[in-house]
Design a protein around this ligand. Structure first.
Ligand code: CP
Ligand code: NVA
Length: 303
């Protein structure tokens, strides 16, 4: 059994469904004032090489909320910036803590840490994947729509880390996924090929945003320039213009469509302010669900 959470592809539907169902129970219980202390006496280390608001705070709130403790390190504070080998760091951290949550650039960094770590390594975003985020997104869709398979779920914009993890989720959960990305900005080809081989429903890649959004039940958007690609911001702003989710484009979707954005959002770029603040947007429920899914993940991987 895989004891690290590096990418969704390493899991089967039953295991991911169990995580989401557990997160839903924890959410319901927290609303009723019931807080588990199941991680009392446990500690996680969080190593972040990129900025974060939601992921950091929701992991910390999840861990403290279940009685555990957190040691957060930015990469600047660690010996990583001075070239300490990942395999040494992984073996040392495992002597102190019960899991390591990492946000970094290369997927190979979390893979190398996991190879040498005796405690679970959890991917809190790399350039290739954002698996914990997409689990909370799938949870949000299930909360709002109560199904996945019978929906038209759309990814609009950059074929980035979020798109790649959505593609893997589609293959595992068996729902159809339509992506619309500008030519040259599609998802990772290896991720897409592998997912299509595994999938029981089509994963369709288009370059026409209107065709993608037509009759959509769920529309996912994300920034046009992810962290680490800020130098491409201007060029991307021009190339991605027709992929902006505004009220005109949203009108092509179903009347009860929901709009997801993992945040942070750039209002006026990938999404307009009125859509982000409008009746279709579920982005703040989606953000809340990160904490509940992180509780379920920590419990599952640590206990
Ligand atoms: N959605 C998300 O991962 O947000 P942060 O970058 O703020 O953690
Ligand atoms: N694709 C975005 C997600 C941020 C949570 C990025 O990597 O910057």
């Amino acid at each position: 059994m895989c004891n690290h959470l590096l990418a969704l592809k390493d899991f089967d539907r039953d295991r991911l469904t169990a995580l989401i169902e557990r997160a839903m129970v924890l959410k319901r219980e927290a609303a009723e004032g019931l807080h588990h202390q199941s991680l009392s006496g446990r500690t996680i280390s969080m190593l972040f090489e990129k900025p974060s608001t939601r992921t950091r705070v929701s992991f910390e709130a999840a861990m403290y909320g279940m009685g555990g403790q957190v040691i957060h390190m930015s990469s600047k504070e660690s010996q990583l910036t001075r070239g300490e080998p990942l395999k040494d760091m992984a073996r040392v951290l495992a002597r102190y803590v019960d899991a390591v949550v990492v946000r970094t650039y290369g997927q190979e960094v979390v893979e190398e840490l996991a190879r040498h770590s005796e405690v679970p390594v959890i991917n809190a975003l790399t350039d290739l994947h954002h698996p914990c985020q997409v689990l909370s997104d799938v949870m949000t869709v299930l909360e709002k729509k109560n199904t996945l398979e019978s929906l038209k779920i759309v990814w609009l914009g950059d074929g980035n880390n979020m798109a790649n993890s959505w593609i893997e989720a589609a293959a595992i959960f068996g729902f159809p996924l339509t992506l619309a990305c500008p030519a040259g900005y599609g998802p990772d080809e290896a991720v897409l090929d592998a997912a299509r081989r595994r999938a029981s429903a089509p994963i369709t890649l288009l370059d026409d945003p209107r065709e993608a959004v037509r009759d959509a039940d769920v529309i996912n958007v994300d920034v046009w320039a992810s962290m680490g690609r800020e130098d491409e911001q201007e060029q991307r702003r021009r190339i991605f213009q027709s992929f902006q989710l505004n009220s005109g484009l949203l009108a092509a979707a179903r009347g009860d469509a929901v709009v997801l954005h993992c945040l942070p959002a750039h209002r006026g770029e990938e999404i307009t302010d009125d859509v982000l603040e409008g009746e279709h947007s579920v982005v703040f429920d989606q953000a809340e669900n990160k904490m509940h899914i992180h509780k379920a993940i920590l419990e599952h991987f640590i206990l």
